[in-house]
Each structure stands twice: as structure tokens, then as C-alpha cells.
Design a protein around this ligand. Structure first.
Ligand code: GDP
Ligand code: K
Ligand code: MG
Length: 297
């Protein structure tokens, strides 16, 4: 493991530019949610690619663009924060010479970061080969990229070149995640985030930030018609547990049905969701717990 490299790569780019598609292509299976509706990816998703050379932890961000509402602001914040915390930035753009206000905004942010920036011109399967050079030229004029890679995330053309270039810039480091954590961890994390979000929403200010969510089980039934999910809401005090469960279980029921509705939407599948509540007094102080619960800070 002497030459093993590892680190975080932030993927940025407008909604619909192909970030999720690219991650799925690199990982070789469908885990990120892709759709032709913008803003499918609400929360930060970690996708982990592991090979002999090293481990790349991708942070798929919802896209930096002008925020239209609170959720939008939150998404921009996440993207900007990721930008500061990673080893390499990968910026995906559409195959065009048109560099609009949104792109200029990203350029402005990139000028403030110190890590290497790789520009990916995606969807080159939709344009003529000779046009690609004009896109490269246009982007070269606005920023001094460390690398520029034209590719097709959908067709998997040239994505291996991108992986090689990312490794070129990653530091030597440990294997942060096991090989088998790759497949369902991100989806579990999203599901956990949804449940956490619905809990915080339902509980309003009664339990400020003192909860975490773990997914105990997430399994599709053999007939493919239903996903069984078992999750635990972890809180710090017995009194909190009572509030989360509510009178006759009403609060937990509300959280569960709101979460289930959204998860079914995301997975495009029926979901059978079972929720438990546990008290873990020490969870916020324990590094291990924080890691488990998906907190990077
Ligand atoms: P995201 O919002 O940036 O995560 O974008 P998605 O990955 O969800 O992709 C948005 C749409 O663009 C989907 O319909 C994808 O199939 C399509 N798409 C992504 N990459 C490519 C590509 O390389 N070529 C083509 N033709 N379409 C792509
Ligand atoms: K999308
Ligand atoms: Mg996406």
C-alpha cells in the first residue's frame, strides 16, 4: 500500500450537466440519482471509486448557480464548502463556446481555491469532433486549468483518462473506505439525510441538531417491487426520545410518512420504512459515530 493514493474530489457544474451520470459511469453501476430534471441531487453524495492505484472519494454537489430559495442557498453553500475541503476540483461543462453568467460565477470561485482544477467538457457525443477544440479554446481564455478533458459520461468515452488525471493530483494516503462500502453507501447516506431532514422539520426547534440517523437495513425485495428500509434516529437524551416518538407514536409516524414519500420519489420504488429511536448520549463526541453518521466535520 506504499504507493496508494486517496483523496476527495469535488464535482461541480450546473444542474443537468451530467455529474451523476459521470459518477455512475466511473463506478460502473447506478448509485447516484440521475434524471433530466435539474436539482435531483440535493445532498452531498459521496461516491467511492477504489482500484489498485488508490481511492477517489467523489463529492457530487448540487451545482453552483444563482440560489432561488432557501434550499437553493443551502445547495450553493454545500458546493462552496466542498470546494474548500477537497484535493482536486472537477468542473463539468456543456459542450459549447458560450460561457454564461453562471459559468463566470464558478470561475470567480475557482480563482479563490488552491487545489488543482480539471475542466471536463461533457456530452461530446452530441457534437462534432472538430468543434471540441473551439470549446477548449473558449474555456482556456477564462481560467488556467490544470487539465482539460473532453468526454462523454453517458457513453463512457474518455472517462478513464479523467480517472488517471485525478490520480495524478491526489496525495498518497490511506484507504478510507472498504471496497465493499462502494455500492450502497451513498444511497444509504441520502436516505439517512432525508430522514434526518424530515425529523428536524417535524420537530422544529425542540431538539436542536441533536439527532443523527443510521440505516440498519436497505434491501430490495426479490420481485423488485419494494425496498425494505430500517433506520434508527439517534438522539442524546431520554426526554428527546419521548418527543421524537410523540403522543401515541404520532410524531414518529409523521416523520416516517414524510420521509417515505420522498424516498419513494427518489428511488422510484415503493418503500416499506421502519423507524426506531435510540438514545446515545455520547454520539456527538465520538469520532467513530460522527463518521458513521456521515458528518465530515
Ligand atoms: P447532473 O444534474 O449534473 O447530475 O446531471 P445528470 O447526470 O442527472 O444528467 C442529466 C441528463 O444529461 C441526463 O438525462 C443524462 O442522461 C444526460 N447526460 C449526462 N451525460 C451525458 C453525456 O455524456 N452525453 C449525453 N448525450 N447526455 C448526457
Ligand atoms: K439532474
Ligand atoms: Mg445529479
Amino acid at each position: 500500500m506504499d504507493n496508494f493514493k486517496s483523496g476527495y474530489v469535488t464535482l461541480i457544474g450546473r444542474p443537468n450537466v451530467g455529474k451523476s451520470t459521470l459518477m455512475n459511469q466511473i463506478i460502473g453501476q447506478k448509485i447516484a440519482i440521475t434524471s433530466n430534471k435539474p436539482q435531483t441531487t440535493r445532498n452531498k453524495i459521496q461516491t467511492i471509486y477504489t482500484c489498485d492505484e488508490g481511492q477517489i472519494i467523489f463529492l457530487d454537489t448540487p451545482g453552483i448557480h444563482k440560489a432561488k430559495n432557501k434550499l437553493g442557498e443551502y445547495m450553493v453553500d454545500v458546493a462552496v464548502k466542498n470546494l474548500r475541503d477537497c484535493d482536486v476540483v472537477v468542473w463539468l461543462v456543456e459542450p459549447t463556446t458560450y460561457i454564461g453568467a453562471g459559468e463566470q460565477e464558478i470561475v470567480r470561485l475557482l480563482k479563490e481555491v488552491k487545489m488543482p482544477v480539471i475542466l471536463v467538457i461533457n456530452k461530446v457525443d452530441t457534437v462534432k469532433k472538430e468543434e471540441v477544440l473551439t470549446f477548449i479554446d473558449a474555456y482556456r481564455k477564462v481560467f488556467d486549468f490544470d487539465e482539460i478533458v473532453p468526454l462523454s459520461a453517458l457513453k463512457g468515452e474518455n472517462t478513464d483518462t479523467l480517472v488517471e488525471l485525478i490520480f495524478k493530483y491526489l496525495p498518497y494516503g490511506p484507504k478510507y473506505f472498504d471496497d465493499d462500502e462502494v455500492t450502497d453507501q451513498p444511497m444509504r447516506q441520502i436516505v439517512a439525510e432525508v430522514i434526518r431532514e424530515k425529523s428536524l422539520h417535524a420537530l422544529s426547534d425542540e431538539i436542536p441538531h441533536g439527532i443523527a440517523v443510521t440505516i440498519e437495513k436497505m434491501k430490495e425485495r426479490p420481485n423488485g417491487k419494494m425496498v425494505d428500509i430500517e433506520a434508527t434516529i439517534v438522539c442524546e437524551r431520554d426526554s428527546h426520545k419521548g418527543i421524537i416518538i410523540g403522543k401515541g407514536g404520532a410524531m414518529l409516524k409523521k416523520i416516517g410518512s414524510n420521509a417515505r414519500y420522498e424516498i419513494e420519489h427518489m428511488l422510484e420504488q415503493k418503500v416499506n420504512l421502519k423507524l426506531w429511536v435510540k438514545v446515545r448520549k455520547e454520539w456527538r463526541d465520538s469520532d467513530l459515530y460522527l463518521k458513521n453518521y456521515g458528518y465530515v466535520d
